[in-house]
Design a protein around this ligand. Structure first.
Ligand code: HEC
Length: 137
């Protein structure tokens, strides 16, 4: 009797452990950039070096002189972003970055874009004030 219970507990534990180790979804959008993805991490370093966040928000946090940039990559596109980052505008400074620095920044901002969504549609705001996230973002 007790032997049967122990065997079934052991089996349940083994199956559950096997599932936990084989079914995880590490490596999908939103995960940390791998060391191999040098362009994204280089872009993050340039972002920090020039303190872009003093004027821009990511995930709603940062300065308010410039627009929120979390989802700019998918909304306005990488060509648009690289042009503004390279030349600046009347209000956005020109940092005199090289083409590869601009490219790294665009890769970094596109990676941020894949990791979440700061523009929550009205119908996705729950009455408790929390957000209903149904598209995995
Ligand atoms: C002094 C404040 C300031 C800093 C620092 C700054 N920006 Fe901006 N940025 C702005 C403003 C203001 C705008 C809006 C420009 C306009 O509409 O003329 C802007 C616009 C942008 C846009 C276009 C956004 C959109 O939705 O149109 C991108 C992309 C951008 N900045 C990236 C960067 C990056 C990358 C850095 C760091 C290298 C940076 N910014 C640093 C003020 C700043």
């Amino acid at each position: 009797m007790f032997k049967k219970i122990w065997i079934s507990l052991f089996l349940a534990f083994s199956i559950y452990t096997a599932l936990v180790y084989t079914q995880c979804d590490a490596g999908t959008a939103g995960s940390q950039p791998s060391d191999l993805d040098k362009s994204i991490t280089a872009g993050r370093d340039i972002w920090q070096k020039h303190n872009c966040q003093s004027c821009h928000q990511l995930y709603g946090l940062g300065g308010y002189l410039g627009p929120e940039l979390t989802n700019t990559a998918s909304i306005k596109g990488s060509k648009y972003m690289s042009t503004i980052i390279k030349y600046g505008t009347g209000r956005m400074p020109n940092f005199h970055l090289t083409d590869s620095e601009v490219e790294n920044l665009v890769h970094y901002l596109s990676w941020i874009d894949n990791s979440g969504n700061t523009r929550v549609a009205k119908e996705n705001v729950h009455w408790t004030g929390t957000y209903i996230l149904n598209d995995g973002k």
